[in-house]
Write a protein of this length. Sequence first.
Length: 585
Amino acid sequence: MQPKRYLQLLFLLLFFVINSFLTAQVVLVPLNDKVYDFLEELEIKGLASRYFIGSKPLSRKQVLDYLLKAAHSPNFKNLSQLEKNKYEKYLKKLSPEKKLWHGTDDFVNIGEEIFKKLTDYEIDISVTKKDSAWHSYSLPFEFYRNKSYLQLNPIAKAKYVINSSDSSYFDENQSLLTGGGRIFGYLGDHIGFGFRAVNNRVDANEFDFKKFDCNEQGIGSLVTRGTYYDEIDAYISLSSEYADLVLGKFSNYWGTGKSGSVTISNRAPSYPQIMLRTGFSNWLNFVYFHGWLESNLQDDSTSYTFQDGDQTFYRKFYKQKYIAAHRLEIAPWENFKFAFSEMLYYGETDPKMIYFIPVMFFWSAQHQTNDQDNEELGFDVEWIPTDFCKLYGSMIIDDIRLTKIFDEDESLNYLGYQVGTKLVEPLMPNLNMQIEYTHINPWVYTHKFPINRATTDDYLMGFWSGQNSDNLFLEMNYDLDSRQNISLAFSHYRKGAQDSTYKQYECPPSEKFMFGHQYTRNSVNLQYTRELFEYLTASVGLKFQNINVNEDNIEKAEQGIYVNPVYYKNDFDRYSASISFTYGL
């Protein structure tokens, strides 16, 4: 039987098995939602424990459960008025789930009783029991029908950036216009779904258009200046009491890092995938997904030309590429968690059935495929020693020789790591701080076979800076009130070169960390954000960048000796001022 037929039968089997004992459906919370930061702050302050927010996205139901879990804590009454306002705001956004899953307002009344019991603060999180119709004069558009719910919200963004630089290439101003919408909801007791589609028009130089050299999510294609690109996420979900199954196109983020993740990040554009999430208990969580990636490597065996009259057309086909990944999270104590992850990249073949077994050890599975694939291992740890501090660390292992790990002449330790701490109100109320350092050794994320590199659409699946780099990140966030925020961030970033991949397997290694150092960039970013109305936000920012280029490597890079692109040809400073308005993002 062909592999594709196996997959079809697998999906059909999963559908019938899960459909037989469905309970509540899944709608995913976007990765950029501020509720994730709020949940982390509640956990650090000791209001709840064992929050598994290290493998995002979470479902709206899971976020709701975490919020209500915090309300049961005796420390809940110690929250400031600002924090209670934020709590109410996030809780009200989840009112559709309260209505659908409980059918009456009993669940809502329980939530209100929690507040009245622990505090003198009263809230209104009630929802109507009656079916509602469309209201064209209010946003978002909502519609209830028995046990079904649909919400539609427009998405819009306008941003303008004024740049000033002593380098003409980086002196050009930028503008961004975004328009689209987001739909999500539930169809009875069986189906949850979500859809987000936006179209973007950008006027900027090629460097800024493609979002090189930053931690923002990349775009799927590079076209001419001043044109458009789109972003689409879509999924459908089935759930049971024990597991959630999601089929769709969206992004994942594994880890607790703020400046990026060393294992699975949202640096790359979203990709089609099958995701399975199970929660065995409040101390054990498991996530698996298999994704279809974009290799951008042409397949000459299937590409062809054809003639139509006087015109000749050339049709390109690209090599298939995939990722299989799973993550096991364990919380043996209330203030301590750790996680183990495996990521495996493969391609130039049909999907392999062995990588569709969620509990399979991929390290062993690739041995059965003659070691033609590329496996990475990830480890994460979180510890909350006090009620205002969290310490965390992550490591990715791309290649390692355990027997010679400490031998400098014979070790092949292609490792990356990240360490950091988050401080909640360490100096004054409403002020949070985060310090984070990320170090990626040479040849992490790379492979001798280009199809197996940890990329999709030429963007890294892991940390945005790539191999042979490090980044020191510091940030302070101050909430003026529940609608206003000021943030100040600093980054010290160094980037080295990447030589030909044949040196990746030399023993002893001929190159050390930061070989062929190309440039150092220091950045300071000041941002003021205000929520004008619900879903409508305005932001004003000031940014300074100082780039110091290692001139000794510029000539080598231009000769192609170092294959890692050098975008900075000389030292320069850049000053930027920005203003933006967003709705629905």
